[in-house]
Write a protein that binds this ligand. Sequence first.
Ligand code: GLN
Length: 275
Amino acid sequence: MNVMGHGRKAASLAAAAILAIGGVAGCAKEDTGGTTESGVKLVKTGALTTCTHLPYAPFQSKDQSGKVVGFDVALIDLVATKLGVTQEIVDTPFEGIKSGSDLNAGKCDVAAAGMTITDERKKVLDFSDPYFDATQALAVLTGKEVKTLEELVGKRLGVQGGTTGEEYINTQVKEKNLKIEVVSYKDLAALQQALATNQVVAAVNDLPVWNEYIKANPGKVVVATGFDTGEQYGFAVKKGNAELLKNVNEALAASRTDGTYDKIYATWIGEKPAA
Ligand code: GLN
């Protein structure tokens, strides 16, 4: 009994010691952020941490090796290089990105998610200069035809939750009093899957992501019509993070003058539309 008692006590003391060591080591390892040589504060030492919402090809998606690549990734890599650090990408729901809560919580330094600059989002985020022009597009399975939203009355139309495409459709449906069943999916992959499996008759999202989907899945879907929403994408930083924003804008501007932007555009998007 006694021996057992001692044994237990010794074991629990040892466990406490291990916990204590673990605790200390945990504290020492905790990264409270870093500052680049040029004086820009970052949430993690040696890294420019980017929040994004996967998948959103051609702006960000995983390649066959699992690496996140794309148009936005390539542009933010330029910012990271300018700061002398490497980009690290965090995949997180779009809601936390567009609401500013991820940036405010220090989850990342910058948001790069094919995100449209809107007045509402400007209230909670500081946007970079625009880096991409986009419109909304309605895709259907090959062989089907839809030219107007009116043709979708009584049918199911898919959108992606939290996006400008969803907002555009909801506004149209309300204004025109159209009895369309708008179904919201949590991400692009779920929306595309719903369209491919006929759960919705049509799906709305940004035009470049449909173009990319059609390239990757030839013959499956077509863009039936477009809505010229005149959107522009911007990268975002936490409200008030002027130092980082300046670096983002400078890297963007430099890429436009030295031809890097055009190269990245050609790689990920394709031919540039005539200005
Ligand atoms: N451009 C759209 C928006 O900002 C979609 C972005 C996305 O789904 N990643 O809402």
